[in-house]
Write a protein that binds this ligand. Structure first.
Ligand code: NAD
Length: 256
C-alpha cells in the first residue's frame, strides 16, 4: 500500500505479459488504485480482455500487441503509452516463458536463443526504451520478474530458463545502481510456483505437481495477485529506499 492515499491515481504503468497470469493480475490491482494501465502482450486478444475488464470497472487502460523480442515494437509500445497518457511512471516486465523442458545436453541453439530473446532481451529492450523518458521526468520505477529458479540453476529440465532469469536479476542490479541518483528505482521479484498458465504448463504429470507442492512448506502455490500486490508496494512511495534487490515470494520454498 502507498504511504500517500491516492498515490497511484492518474499515474501510468506499462505492463508486458498483461494478457495472462501475473501481468494481468497486476494490471487489475493498479487499476483498482486508480492508475492508467497499458496492457502489452503478444496475445492481443488477451491484452484486450485485461484492458476491457479494467475499463468496464471505470478504469483507464490501453491494449497493445507487442512482441517484446522486437526492439521496434517495444519502442512503439512506449510511444503509444505516451501518446495516450502523456507520461509513464512505472514499467512492469512480466512477459516471459520457460520454453520446453530439456536436459542440459539437449538444449539446442534455438531453445537457448528463444529463451534469452524473450526473458533477457525483452526486458533489456523495454528498460532501454522507457528509461530516457523516466530520466527526463527524474522519476520512475521498473520491476522485473526473475524467478526462484535462478538460485537452483534448473538442473535436468531448465538451465536455459534459470540462467536467463539470473541475467534478469543481474541486469536489474546494474540498472538500479547506474540510475539510483537520478530518481530511478529498479527491482526484481523472484517467485516460486504461482498458479498461472505458465505453472500449468510445467505440471506435466501428477508426480511433477506433487514435487512442486512438496517443495513449498506452505503446501500451496502462490496466486498471481500475491505478486501484484508486491509490485504495487514496490512502485509506491512507501518503498522509497529499496532498489536493486530481488524479493523472493515462494511460500518458504524454492522452485525445483
Ligand atoms: N508462474 C510461475 O510459477 C512463475 C514462477 C517464476 C517466474 N515466473 C515468471 O513470471 C512471469 C509471468 O509469467 P506467468 O506465470 O504470469 O505466465 P503466463 O503464461 O500466464 O503469462 C505470460 C504472458 O507473457 C506473454 N508473452 C509471451 N511471449 C511474449 C512476447 N514475446 N512478447 C510479449 N508478451 C509475451 C504471454 O502471451 C502471456 O500472456 C514470466 O516472466 C515467468 O517467467 C512465473
Amino acid at each position: 500500500m502507498p504511504k500517500t492515499p491516492e498515490y497511484f491515481v492518474g499515474k501510468t504503468i506499462v505492463i508486458t505479459g498483461a494478457a495472462s497470469g501475473i501481468g494481468r493480475a497486476t494490471g487489475e490491482i493498479f487499476a483498482r488504485e486508480g492508475a492508467n494501465v497499458v496492457c502489452a502482450d503478444i496475445d492481443i486478444e488477451g491484452a484486450e480482455r485485461t484492458a476491457n475488464q479494467i475499463t468496464q470497472k471505470g478504469g483507464a487502460a490501453l491494449a497493445t500487441e507487442t512482441n517484446v523480442t522486437e526492439r521496434k515494437q517495444v519502442e512503439d509500445l512506449i510511444q503509444q503509452a505516451l501518446d495516450q497518457f502523456g507520461r509513464i511512471d512505472f514499467l512492469f516486465n512480466s512477459a516471459g516463458a520457460a520454453g520446453r523442458r530439456s536436459t542440459f545436453l539437449e538444449i539446442d541453439d534455438d531453445l537457448m536463443r528463444q529463451t534469452y530473446d524473450l526473458n533477457v532481451n525483452g526486458v533489456f529492450y523495454c528498460m532501454q526504451s522507457v528509461l530516457p523518458h523516466m530520466l527526463e521526468n527524474g522519476a520512475g520505477v521498473i520491476v522485473n520478474v526473475a524467478s526462484m529458479s535462478h538460485k537452483r540453476g534448473g538442473p535436468g529440465t531448465s538451465v536455459h530458463y534459470a540462467s536467463s532469469k539470473g541475467a534478469v536479476l543481474t541486469m536489474t542490479l546494474g540498472v538500479a545502481r547506474e540510475f539510483a541518483d537520478r530518481g530511478i528505482r529498479c527491482l526484481s521479484i523472484s517467485p516460486g510456483p504461482i498458479n498461472t498458465a505458465f505453472q500449468a504448463a510445467a505440471n506435466t504429470s501428477e508426480e511433477t505437481m506433487a514435487q512442486f507442492l512438496n517443495d513449498v512448506p506452505m503446501k500451496r502455490f502462490g496466486e498471481p495477485e500475491e505478486i501484484g500486490e508486491l509490485v504495487l508496494f514496490m512502485c509506491s512511495d512507501a518503498c522509497g529506499f529499496m532498489t536493486a534487490d530481488t524479493v523472493y515470494v515462494s511460500g518458504g520454498g524454492g522452485w525445483r
